[in-house]
Design a protein around this ligand. Structure first.
Ligand code: PGA
Length: 240
């Protein structure tokens, strides 16, 4: 894994944007794998500012999001489909029909997973953006998830429910289940860019970069990827 340590969140976002811009400039119809959470918001802000200033176009880009809460859709401002429109898609020229995410309100969750896996099988992600959970999860692949997993429904761990409750009115409102791309879907991307900031990620970052490759630390699978770059701030890198 290629590790780039920067001073702070702002530098992390700018460095990540350089890689994003190179990807969409080199290939106008790039397939992007996108993530939600606090971590990539700075990257998305850089993309929006550049686009508004006449920079990169996303008109031919396709996007696949990692995960979605079960039971939520665009009508909920806590859903990830809402997050993506609010924080990125509504501010650049990507076509909404080229954006993909699991349908949190799908009547048949198994069929929804199959639909998403089929789409991913047809579309190889050129650049996958990832955050990392404080317990080492990537997307909603919690510790113990098989490295062979594909899109599936997960029971969120108490740790993740607690981490994510800051974005809800109360912890009781955090959905207990979610759809997520599996680890083998994520590993199929040609290039992976992981972002991490803050001291609460230091242990997970250590496990991802230096720890044993084990299903107990889902992000450790990234050590086996041929083209994976981590950009993290000094606080998140403090145990490396
Ligand atoms: P965060 O979440 O970006 O909000 O810290 C990361 C994750 O849980 O994958």
């Amino acid at each position: 894994m290629n590790v780039i340590i920067v001073k702070n969140y702002d530098e992390m976002s700018k460095k990540a944007f350089e890689i994003m811009k190179a990807a969409v400039t080199e290939k106008k119809d790039a397939v992007l794998g996108l993530a939600t959470g606090s971590t990539p918001i700075g990257l998305y802000k850089e993309m929006i500012a550049d686009h508004k200033a006449g920079g990169a176009s996303y008109a031919d880009v396709k996007a696949f999001n990692l995960d979605e809460y079960m039971g939520l859709d665009y009508s909920s401002d806590q859903s990830y489909v809402y997050f993506m429109r609010e924080n990125l898609f509504d501010h650049i020229d990507i076509k909404l029909e080229n954006t993909n995410i699991e349908n949190g309100k799908a009547a048949d969750p198994e069929a929804e997973c199959a639909r998403y896996n089929a789409l991913l099988a047809e579309n190889t992600v050129d650049l996958q953006i990832l955050g990392i959970g404080s317990n080492g999860h990537i997307a909603f692949n919690e510790p113990g998830t098989s490295f062979d997993s594909v899109t599936h429904v997960v029971d969120l761990t108490e740790n993740t429910i607690k981490d994510n409750s800051r974005l809800f009115a109360s912890i009781d409102e955090v959905p207990r289940k979610a759809f997520t791309m599996g680890l083998s879907n994520i590993m199929a991307a040609k290039k992976i860019l992981v972002l991490a900031n803050g001291a609460n990620k230091a242990k997970a970052v250590y496990g991802m970069v230096r720890g044993e490759v084990t299903e107990n630390v889902p992000a450790s699978i990234l050590q086996n990827h041929a083209d994976c770059t981590l950009i993290c701030d000094e606080a998140a890198a403090s145990l490396l």
